[in-house]
Design a protein around this ligand. Structure first.
Ligand SMILES: Nc1nc2c(c(=O)[nH]1)N[C@H]1C(S)=C(S)[C@@H](COP(=O)(O)OP(=O)(O)OC[C@H]3O[C@@H](n4cnc5c(N)ncnc54)[C@H](O)[C@@H]3O)O[C@H]1N2
Ligand code: MOO
Ligand SMILES: [Mg+2]
Length: 407
């Protein structure tokens, strides 16, 4: 059976990321949070834009004050006051200083700033009590960034720090990749919506809610297509619609070997390339992955835990790569100590859901309490990590280290 690693490689290799010409949109800076930058940013501004002071103090000529000592202060004449936002008018000559404030432009002639605490001011004179370093407390033009070089690369997700940089570079609009479009539907004669009265044999379609939430959290746009009966004609119709209206289709259910599991046959009849229909993992074994020329298709297993686990493990990196993120598609993997004994049959890569606790700066994994059937979505609540037992590892003892995927 296909290993999880090979399944992941197959999926990632099938992805055609969004195009940086066709698949972009311009958004206002304050709407760009968590969007992915489509075009590299190059600024024509230097940062800082001009030499300026890093302290409240006095702008001086280093040569004038290099001998200053507490016992033998140097006295300079204060010839100008330069607050932030003011253009200095006077050149500082030998024996002179300017009163200056943090962020204010350095006057011509001065090369060093003495912080206020090392000085004493009396009317138009200032005494300097200690020698500075040459050019001390001057932030030079272009020290942080030189105009014309790359300020931000394409393919990064925009958070507060990048938005600050974009604002400073006067980009009030920014070109980002459009959100990937993910069509979601559930298949099953037993499924109803939450508001419907349950008849014998029926259950609520929880998967469409779980999947839509996860997909939205990942920044993609959801096309929610609802519940489809286990009926080949109805399934064919919805899949045909989904593949022309989305980048990724997620269906849940109908991928195992039962008489009502039609997804694979329909994909075949529509000309999909079926890459695999089983992965050596638990839960999630019957995961089906297929591609159409412009659409990726995930036939997720119907069991609610299997649907979410396969989505966390495979769909999450897929959305990130397709969305234009240049790197970091894989989830966060941490090595932590297990609080509980973890067991698998050793034949499948096993995903055990639970919670990470931070104790004195070190993470510990606690398995979800109760029944760990992949049909049990109840104890999935509050899950924030999946412990992963590789094939061949059938036991993790209490206190032993285990890799977890942080969710
Ligand atoms: N003979 C075998 N039977 C099964 C195998 C197998 O290898 N051989 N694999 C099992 C595994 S593992 C899984 S997972 C399931 C996958 O089943 P399907 O993807 O075909 O899904 P269904 O048969 O439609 O449903 C399975 C289960 O999940 C519930 N379900 C389905 N959709 C939803 C939904 N949207 N919301 C909530 N719950 C849902 C459904 O009622 C069933 O209980 O197959 C095993 N069988
Ligand atoms: O994928 Mo299934 O959920 O292992 O039972
Ligand atoms: Mg089935």
């Amino acid at each position: 059976m296909l290993s999880v690693r090979d399944a992941e490689a197959t999926i990632l290799n099938s992805i055609q990321p969004l195009d940086n010409q066709r698949d972009i949109e311009f958004v206002d800076l304050l709407m760009a949070n968590n969007r992915i930058l489509a075009t590299p940013i190059i600024s024509s501004l230097d940062f800082p834009h001009w030499d300026n002071s890093a302290m409240d103090g006095f702008a001086v000529r280093y040569a004038d004050v290099q001998q200053a000592r507490a016992e033998k202060p140097i006295i300079l004449e204060v010839v100008e006051e330069i607050p932030a936002g003011y253009k200095p008018q006077v050149t500082i000559n030998s024996g002179q200083a300017a009163r200056i404030f943090t962020g204010a432009v350095m006057p011509a002639g001065a090369d060093t700033v003495i912080m206020q605490e090392k000085t004493h001011r009396q009317e138009n004179r200032v005494s300097i009590f200690a020698a500075p370093q040459p050019q001390e407390f001057v932030r030079h033009k272009g020290d942080f960034y030189k105009a014309g070089s790359e300020l931000l690369p394409a393919g990064i997700s925009l958070t507060a720090s990048e938005i600050a940089v974009l604002a400073a570079a006067q980009r009030d609009q920014v070109s980002v990749f459009r959100r990937p479009r993910v069509a979601i539907f559930s298949s099953g004669n037993e499924l109803v919506m939450p508001e419907e009265a349950l008849q014998p044999g029926q259950i609520v379609d929880s998967n469409q809610f779980a999947l839509a939430t996860l997909v939205r959290e990942l920044g993609a746009e959801v096309l929610l297509l609802g519940i489809v009966k286990d009926d080949p004609a109805a399934l064919k119709e919805i899949i045909e619609y989904a593949i022309v209206n989305s980048d990724i289709v997620l269906s849940s259910g109908g991928v195992s070997v039962g008489d009502y599991d039609y997804i694979e046959k329909i994909l075949e009849s529509l000309g999909a390339k079926i890459h695999f229909r089983a992965v050596q993992m638990r839960p999630g074994k019957p995961l089906t992955f297929a591609t159409f020329p412009n659409t990726l298709y995930f036939g997720l297993p119907g069991n609610p835990v299997a649907a979410l686990v396969t989505c966390w493990r495979f769909v999450q990196p897929t959305i990130k790569k397709l969305a234009g993120l240049a790197k970091g598609w894989e989830g966060k993997s941490l090595k932590v100590r297990s609080r509980d004994e973890l067991i698998s049959n050793g034949k499948m890569e096993t995903y055990i859901w639970g919670k990470l606790h931070l104790v004195n700066g070190v993470y510990q994994f606690q398995k979800a309490q109760g029944n760990d059937s992949s049909g049990n979505l109840i104890n999935l609540a509050q899950t924030n990590a999946l412990a992963i037992l590789p094939v061949g590892k059938s036991l993790v003892s209490v206190g032993e280290e285990v890799f977890v995927l942080q969710l």
